[in-house]
Design a protein around this ligand. Sequence first.
Ligand code: NAD
Length: 379
Amino acid sequence: MLVAVVKEAREDETRVALTPDAVRALTEKGFEVAVESSAGLQSGASDADYQAAGASISNRRAELLASAEVVPVVNALPAEDQEKLKSGSVMIGFLRPLEDPASLAVAVKRGVTLFSMELVPRITRAQAMDALSSMATVAGYKAVIVAANHLPKLFPMLMTAAGTIPPAKVLVLGAGVAGLQAIATARRLGAVVEAYDVRAAAGEQVKSLGAKFIEVDLGGLQTEDKGGYAKELSPEALELGRQAIAKAAKTTDVIITTAQVPGRRAPLMIPAAAVEGMRPGSIIFDLAAPAGGNCEVTKPGETIVYHGVTIFGPTNIVAEVPVHASMLYSRNLLNFLQLILKKGELNIDRSDEIIAGSCVAFGGEIVNERAAAVAARQG
Ligand code: NAD
C-alpha cells in the first residue's frame, strides 16, 4: 500500500500535499510512503525530514506514480502524469472538478478514483478535513499583510508630538472564512474596519470582531442556501450592494474582497466607476480573482494600477505562505485519508456522506452530478 507524494507541477505552487508530520502518522500505521526528491523544499521540509518520518525518497516520478495506490496532491496532476496512474488508485486534492473537469479526463478514463477537497461537505464530522477553510484563513491574513505593506500610509492611529495620524480604513467584502480573518488581522494592525456580506448571519460575526457591518435592505430576500453558502443574487439585489460599496469606497484606504458563490463566477461588486471614486494610493486586494474577481478591473494573476488605485488579483495567494498553508492542508488531507485507509488497505465506503460528497470519479466515470453536468456542457 504505497502513498506517493510528488513535486507539484504548477509553476506558482510552493505547497506540498503531505508534510513530514503527516507522513510519520501514516508510516507509524504501517503504510509505505514515497516522496519525490525536493517535493517539500519550498514548504520547509527537506528530503532528510521525510526520511526521518519513515518515507523513502525517489527521483523516479513516473515510477512513483505508477506504483502508488494513493496520490495526495495540492493541484490535480497534469495529463501526462495522470497517464501513469494505476486503475483503482486514488488521487485526492484541489481538483477543481466544477471549474475544469476536462483536466481530469485522463485519470477518469484510467479508472482512477478522484476525491476533491473542495467538495468535502461542511458537516461537523468533516470540519477537520475542511481544506477550503484552512486556505481561506491563510489568504485572509496574507491579503491584509500585503495590502498594509503596499499602502502609502500606516494602519494604526498614532498620536505623536508632530500630530495625530488617523487609522487606516479597511473595507472587507464577503465575511466568510477569509473575510473574517481579514477583519481580525486588519483590526489587530489598528485599522478601522467595515464589512459587507449578503448573508445576515455574517453581521453578528463581523460585529463581534469589532468591525462595522454595512446593512443593505434586500427586502427579506433569501440569500443563503441550506449549506450556509451565499446564493447567486438577482441583478437588482447585486446593484443595491454595489451602491453601498461605492459609497463606502470613497473614504476607504484598502478594500479586501472575498465574495464567492460556489461553482459560479464571482459576483461583480466593485464596478470601474467605484474604483475611479477611490482616493489615489488606495488598494483593492481581490481574493476572488481565481473565480474572475469581485472588481471589474481586476486582472487575475496581475497587480495593476487604475486611476491611482492598485488592484491585486492574486490567483494563488496561499502559495506565499507555504509552510503554514501546507501544514494545515496536510492535516486536512491526513484526516480524510484516515477515512479511506483502514487496516493497512484502501477501503472506500461510498455510502459515507463525506466520501460520497467529495468523490468526483469512480470506476471510469464522473460520479459527481455537478461535475458531470459541467463536463457535458464543456464537451
Ligand atoms: P465563500 O468563500 O463561498 O464566500 C465568501 C463570502 O462571500 C461568503 O460569506 C458569502 O456570503 C459572501 N458573498 C457571496 N456573494 C456575495 C455578494 N454578492 N455580496 C456580498 N457578499 C457575498 O464562503 P466561505 O468563506 O467558504 O463560507 C461560507 C459559509 O460557510 C459561511 O457561513 C461560513 O461560516 C460557513 N462555513 C461553515 C463551515 C462548517 O464546517 N460548518 C466551515 C467553513 C465555513
